[in-house]
Design a protein around this ligand. Sequence first.
Ligand SMILES: Nc1ncnc2c1ncn2[C@@H]1O[C@H](COP(=O)(O)OP(=O)(O)O)[C@@H](O)[C@H]1O
Ligand SMILES: [Mg+2]
Length: 352
Amino acid sequence: MKKRKVRNVGFSFWDAVPFFVLIALIMQIAILVYDYICERTDNTGLIAVLILILIVILSAFCTFVDYIRRKLTIDKPTKKILYATEQISSGDFSVRLDITHDYNKYDQYDLIMENLNKMVAELQKNEVLKTDFISNVSHEIKTPLAVIQNYATLLQDESLDATTRHEYAQTLIGATKRITDLITNILKLNRLENQQIQEKPEVFSLTDSLADCVVDFEMLFEHKNIQLDCDLDDVTVFSSKSLLEMVWNNLISNAIKFTPEGGNVGISLKRVGKNVQVSVSDTGCGMSSETGAKIFDKFYQGDTSHATQGNGLGLALVKRVIDIVGGEISVQSELGKGSTFTIILKDVVHEI
Ligand SMILES: Nc1ncnc2c1ncn2[C@@H]1O[C@H](COP(=O)(O)OP(=O)(O)O)[C@@H](O)[C@H]1O
Ligand SMILES: [Mg+2]
C-alpha cells in the first residue's frame, strides 16, 4: 500500500517555530531587564535575586506555553481517539471521528482517525452481513426441516400403501437434498471468499469444457423440451477449469430453471482478441431491472415461484469466481421475454 505523506505531530518544524521565537523574545526581554537593573544598582545580592525571579518566571512561562501546545496538538486528539476506541470495544460500531485538518494538511492523528473510521465502517458492514447471513441460512433451513418433520410423522402411519410411502420418502430425500445443496454452496462461497480455493490455471480447451457441461444437462433439456442452440468457437485458454465449470453449470441450470417448457436456450463462445466472451441466453421469465441489480447478492431470489429449487447462492458464487479469474459478468433481461448472461474472461486465450 502506498504510504501517505503526513505532518509529524511531535516534531513538526512549523509547529515549533512560534514556540522558539517566543522563547527568544522572552530571553531578549530578560537581558534588557537585567541590563536596566545593573545600570541602576550595584547590589549584587539584589541582582542575583532578581535574576532568579526572572528565570523562574521565564521557565514557568515556557512550560505553560508548551503545556498549551501539547494540550491542543497531542492531548485533545488522543482523548478523542481514546473515547472512540472505548465505544468501539464495547460494540458500538456507529462511532465516526471528525477529522480536524483538511485532506492535504493531515497530521499523524488525522491519519489514525481516518484509518479508525475505515476500520469501524468495515466492522459495521461485517456485522450487518453476519446477522443477515445467519437469518438467511436459518430461513433457508427451516422450510426443508419442516417438510422433513411433517413427512417423517406421516410415514409413521403403518396403514400407508407402498406408493404413498414411496412418494413421502421421495419428498424427504428432496428436502434433505435442499439442505445439502445449501450447505455445499455456503462452504464453497466461504472458501472462495477466504481465498481457500486457489485459482489453479491450466491450459485447456474451453470449447470442450463448456460442451461437457452442456451434455451433463441433456436430460433436463429433454425433460422440459427446451431447444438448445450452441455456437462455440474453438478456443484454448489458460485459466481455472474447475472454477469456470462452476460458472457454466450455474448459468445453464438457471437458464433451464427459468425457461418454460418448449422454450429456447442459446450458448455461445466467441474469441475476441486475447479475451473470450461466453453468453448464456434463454427465452424464460426474464427479470425487471430492480431484480437484475440484486441477483448477484447472496441469498437473493427474484423469482419466488422457483424458490424451492435453489437457495439464491448460485450467482453470488458465479460473481466471486469471475472476480477471481479476472473477468466481467453482465446481464441483459426483459421481463417475460428472457435473459442473456454475458461473461468476458480477460487475457485468457492461449495460442497453440
Ligand atoms: N436465466 C434467468 N432468468 C430469469 N431470472 C434469473 C435467471 N438467472 C437468475 N435469475 C434470477 O436471479 C436470482 C438469483 O439466481 P441464483 O443466485 O442462481 O439463485 P437461485 O437459482 O437459487 O434462485 C434468481 O432467483 C432469479 O430471480
Ligand atoms: Mg441458481
